[in-house]
Design a protein around this ligand. Sequence first.
Ligand SMILES: [Zn+2]
Length: 82
Amino acid sequence: MELTSEQKQEIHKKLNATWSSTNCPKCGKAWVHVDDFLSEIREYQGENISEDQKVAPVIILSCLVCGHIEYISPKILKITGF
Ligand SMILES: [Zn+2]
């Protein structure tokens, strides 16, 4: 699912309001790049893949300097549409 430009602006606004620093925790540079699409993390059930697996939506943040990646929850941030 692609994030709208409004959702991406909302994410930046909420991170700036809640994070103590938006510098990368690994390289220390200003880093926050919000991916263009929403991703998901699935519950691990061994080698079995079923429709019963729990799925958590995540927004991927990337550091454009060192490649460090973090996930944040659109539900906890209360991003519009989630
Ligand atoms: Zn970095």
